[in-house]
Structures are given as C-alpha cells and as structure tokens.
Design a protein around this ligand. Structure first.
Ligand code: AHG
Ligand code: MN
Ligand code: MN
Length: 347
C-alpha cells in the first residue's frame, strides 16, 4: 500500500476527533458515545454473520410492546446496545424498540439520551437478507432523576437530535451518521475491527429512478398514493418513467440505497394501519435527519418529520423520504394535485 493510500485511511475514531471541534459539546463525549455504539454494532455484526451456525436464529417465544414476535437476534442486539451504552457512561436514558418504557441507566451522570432500533428488518433475519441498527441521540436538558420528567426528556422533536445514524449489516457492514454537519459513511474492516471512512460527505441525488414501497398494500392506500404509484409506472422519457421498484423490507437497507442512488422510500398510512408502521422516535427521526443532511426530504406525506411533536416513545407515523424532487411529487399527489410543478421536469 503506497504512502498516499496509507495516508487516506481514516478510522471512525480519528474522524470524530478531527471533526470534534465542530460538535457543540466538544469534550470527547460524542467520540465515546459513538465508540460505544460502534462496539455494540461490531458484536451484533459478529452474531449476524454467523447467525446460521449458532442457536441465534428463530424466535424467543416472547412478543414485544408492538405484539411482534421477538427474534433471538432482536433480543441479542437489544442487550448488546444496552450493555455498551450503559458501560460507556455517556448516557443516562435509553429507549429501545424492544422495551415498553425508557431504560434508566444506573450512572445518572450521563448527559445523553439514545433511542434505538437494535435490529431493523427482523422479518429478514432467518433468510440471510441485510439487517440494520438505527440510533438517535439527544442531549439531556436536565439531570433530573424523576421518571416522569425523564420520560418527557426522551420525547423531543427530531430537530433536537444532536446526532443520528445507522449500521447496515449487508455484503459489507457500514456505519453512517451525522451530527448535523453532513453525512459520512464508514465501512468495517473486520481484519482490524475498525470502521474506515469510505463514503465522505454523502449527498442524495435531487431525483432518482427508484421507488421503494410494499406494493402488496396497494389496495389499502389512499387515492393520492395509488395515483402516485400509477404515475411512477407510466412511460415518459422526460421524467425518466417508469421508475424501478426496489423493496428489501429492511428500512436501513432501503434507505441506504435511496441515499446512494436517489429516489423515494414510502411507508404510507393504510386503511388497516392509519399511522403506518414505522416508529417516529427510533426509525423515522434518525433517518430524516440523515437524509435532510444529505440534501433530501422526509415527511409524513404532509408535514416535515423532524418537526412532528412526539406523544409517546413507540408512536408510528407514515414516512415519505428520499430525493427532494421525488418527495415533493409524492406530497403533491397526496394533496390531489398530480406531479409537483416547482421543479424542472425530469430533473
Ligand atoms: P423492525 O424489524 O425493526 O420491526 O423493522 C421492520 C420494518 C422496517 O425495517 C421495514 O421497512 C418494514 O418493517 C417492512 O414492513 P413490511 O413487511 O410491512 O413491508
Ligand atoms: Mn425497524
Ligand atoms: Mn427492530
């Protein structure tokens, strides 16, 4: 490896320290917080990569607050995130998809709150399809140890996040995060156990040619959504239609592709699930911060995700997220107005 190539290699830790100056609370806290999350993700990655070999596949027999079957890998990832974040000492409040209430960490001196989806894409665990972990970081606004007060602290608008990110356990394992100053992606080099900067300053295209939604629910969608899907499947060179449909069923994988290639991911409201399926606090908010920081948009179809006022830890919201011009088109169809007229055609 030449000196020039050697020079280019930057680990996640080196990157954070170098960028620390731009983080408002630059006293090494973010480094330690991301170090803890990175550790948990490497332990989860180790289990994910050998899940077929050890007794970690299948279900636990338990169900979570959402009434969903908890898979062994969900449970494992949940416990690894809690242990890494508790031991790290930077957090005093945690929130997990797999726990009904907030989790109060013994060392209450931690200044941060971390909300997370420990394992995203559970339905794909047993069939060897990409999975993910999603995290959302807030800074505490007090040192109160009162439970009610702490519950309220964990429910802040997505705009107040100080950092957000995801880990994608795919053909390679990647960690992508933002502290509100751009989006950067790191690929895990398992031979040295380090995340190395591989995707600096990620930007989402203004328009893509992929749409991503569970087309199986078509008959359950509202009219505007059905009209938009018909539009995307129509033929028109200027607006690069028909789009291609890609749907993995793991939010992290579908969003990562959307971030790199452009286009739109949608998990809309349906007649049977009027709030959609995805959770605001630890799926939609962190993904919205990342995509907005990369130059895209994220809404519930009408309102900006990051400005939604949360009411409870596990509340669900519809999600339309991705390239600016594609999300504007979707919102315009949902309002009954056809394609958005404000952007250059097919841009
Ligand atoms: P989780 O495994 O954390 O519950 O998340 C699953 C979510 C998300 O990853 C994905 O976008 C969505 O479920 C897929 O839902 P459908 O199977 O209804 O399409
Ligand atoms: Mn999920
Ligand atoms: Mn999950």
């Amino acid at each position: 490896m030449s000196d020039a190539q050697r020079k280019q290699i930057m680990t996640l830790s080196q990157f954070i320290i170098e960028r620390e100056r731009s983080f408002p609370y630059a006293s090494g806290e973010l480094s330690r917080l991301l170090r803890d999350i990175s550790l948990a993700s490497r332990l989860i990655n180790r289990e994910v990569s050998k899940a077929g070999l050890v007794d970690i596949l299948g279900i636990t027999g338990k169900s979570n607050v959402h009434g969903e079957q908890v898979k062994k890998l969900d449970d494992f990832a949940h416990r690894e995130m809690i242990s890494a974040l508790s031991m790290g000492g930077e957090c005093s409040i945690l929130g997990s998809e797999e726990e009904k209430d907030i989790i109060r960490v013994a060392s209450t001196s931690g200044k941060y709150i971390v909300l997370f989806d420990p394992l995203d894409g559970s339905s794909n665990i047993d069939v060897n399809v990409s999975l993910g972990t999603i995290f959302s970081i807030y800074r505490r606004s007090s040192e109160s140890t009162d439970l009610e007060h702490q519950r309220k602290e964990a429910l802040r608008k997505g705009l107040k996040q100080v950092a957000a990110g995801y880990v994608l356990y795919g053909s390679s394992t990647m960690l992508v995060y933002t502290t509100g100053r751009g989006v950067n992606g790191f690929t895990l080099d398992t031979s040295i156990g380090e995340y190395l900067l591989s995707h600096p300053d990620m930007q989402i295209p203004k328009r893509g040619k992929y749409y991503s939604t569970n087309q199986g629910y078509y008959s359950l969608y509202e009219q505007g959504m059905q009209d938009y899907l018909q539009y995307l499947q129509g033929e028109d060179e200027v607006t690069h239609r028909p789009y291609s449909l890609r749907y993995i069923g793991t939010l992290v994988a579908d969003i990562h592709r959307t971030l790199l290639y452009g286009g739109i991911f949608m998990y809309p409201a349906t007649r049977t699930a009027p709030k959609g399926k995805l959770r605001l606090m630890y799926e939609c908010n962190p993904m919205a911060l990342i995509i907005e920081q990369a130059g895209g948009l994220a809404s519930d179809g009408r309102n900006r995700i990051l400005e939604l006022e949360p009411r409870e830890l596990h509340e669900r919201v519809p999600l339309f997220i991705g390239s600016e011009h594609d999300v504007l088109d979707a919102q315009s169809f949902l309002a009954g107005n056809g394609p958005y007229q404000g952007t250059e055609n097919g841009s």
